[in-house]
Design a protein around this ligand. Structure first.
Ligand SMILES: Nc1ncnc2c1ncn2[C@@H]1O[C@H](COP(=O)(O)OP(=O)(O)OP(=O)(O)O)[C@@H](O)[C@H]1O
Length: 302
């Protein structure tokens, strides 16, 4: 869907992205993660041609980026950025309509689309004539997402989409994001600083340091088969909570007593997603048996 082959980017003589090779497959969410300045935003901007790479190849739907008509490329990619980037002098409705207008949609089709999207992001239709300054941070974020989804692009690029939100709204938005009709089936590249966010939202995680990919893989792979010491150290501060996210209830079922087992209904869920009243008990059995539980993850089964 989107393929980067040995992509590098220099700003003057500073190498910000160094030989990145990465594929984002149809329908998957890939998180680009790494410390500040590791090149995440630069990679995203290279993908949507906001900046030009210095070397390497990028293709979208198997067509080299340079062969795409810029308007057609925008049609394929929605872009969501941290400070939302809503135009303050345009109403909510107008902000969401921008790309469909650019693409020459009929006025009535645009109106219908705006109403559908507002409903999906749980913003009352009565608010569509408001300006962004009259919205909360979480609402602005949702309108930013609606704008990116307006022309139903198959690819969504998101740069720290929840970065400006306080932790509680952030957690709410992450949950909404996972459930949002309209995002299902899309290929998503998500830039984040937050390993937990990557763990919750992404199918695969691409960890960068100083412009170089250190490892691309599932959360399990990064946790239990780190490619190098950098990966290991990057995950260490949150290792317990990340393990809870990677390990599923069914993985620990044999290690918990029958009485507790009968209270757990969804065995496909990760340990982190069990009902809050069960978490302390499950954690207890998880930590007592941790080595036995994790043995499978350290083998080739991942
Ligand atoms: N226009 C520019 N001119 C010069 N250097 C730049 C420019 N844009 C980014 N850089 C540098 O390139 C490096 C990578 O920047 P980039 O914004 O891609 O990193 P990032 O991982 O997204 O960082 P952050 O998490 O802080 O947003 C940084 O050292 C940054 O200072």
């Amino acid at each position: 869907m989107v393929r980067l082959e040995n992509v590098s980017k220099y700003y003057a003589d500073f190498l910000a992205v160094d030989g990145v090779t990465l594929e984002i497959r149809e329908g998957e969410t890939v998180a680009l993660i790494g410390s500040s300045g590791s090149g995440k935003t630069t990679i995203l901007k290279c993908i949507n041609a906001l900046i030009t790479r210095s070397s390497g190849e990028i293709s979208v739907f198997d067509k080299p980026l340079d062969e795409w008509d810029p308007v057609e490329l925008r049609r394929k990619m929605g872009y969501v950025i941290q400070d939302v980037g809503l135009f303050p002098h345009y109403t909510i409705e107008k902000n969401i309509s921008l790309i469909p207008e650019l693409l020459g949609w009929e006025h009535s089709d645009i109106q219908t689309r705006v109403d559908i999207l507002l409903e999906r992001i749980h913003i009352p239709g009565s608010m569509k004539k408001r300006y962004p300054s009259a919205l909360s941070g979480g609402q602005k974020q949702r309108v930013g997402l609606a704008r990116a989804l307006a022309a139903d692009p198959p690819i969504i690029l998101m740069d720290e989409p929840f970065g400006a939100l306080d932790p509680i709204i952030r957690a709410d938005m992450q949950r909404e994001f996972l459930a949002l009709e309209g995002l299902q089936g899309k290929s998503i590249v998500l830039v984040t600083h937050d390993m937990n966010e990557a763990a919750i939202l992404a199918d695969r995680i691409c960890l960068l340091d100083k412009g170089v990919i250190q490892q691309t893989g599932t959360l399990k792979e990064l946790l239990f088969k780190p490619a190098n010491e950098f990966v290991q150290r990057f995950l260490d501060p949150q290792r317990d909570s990340l393990e809870m996210r990677a390990v599923r209830i069914k993985d620990i079922m044999p290690f918990i007593p029958q009485e507790l087992r009968s209270r757990i209904l969804i065995t496909e869920a990760s340990v982190a997603d069990v009902p809050s009243e069960l978490i302390p008990e499950i954690r207890k059995y998880y930590f007592i048996n941790r080595d036995s539980i994790l043995v499978n993850f350290r083998t080739d089964e991942i």
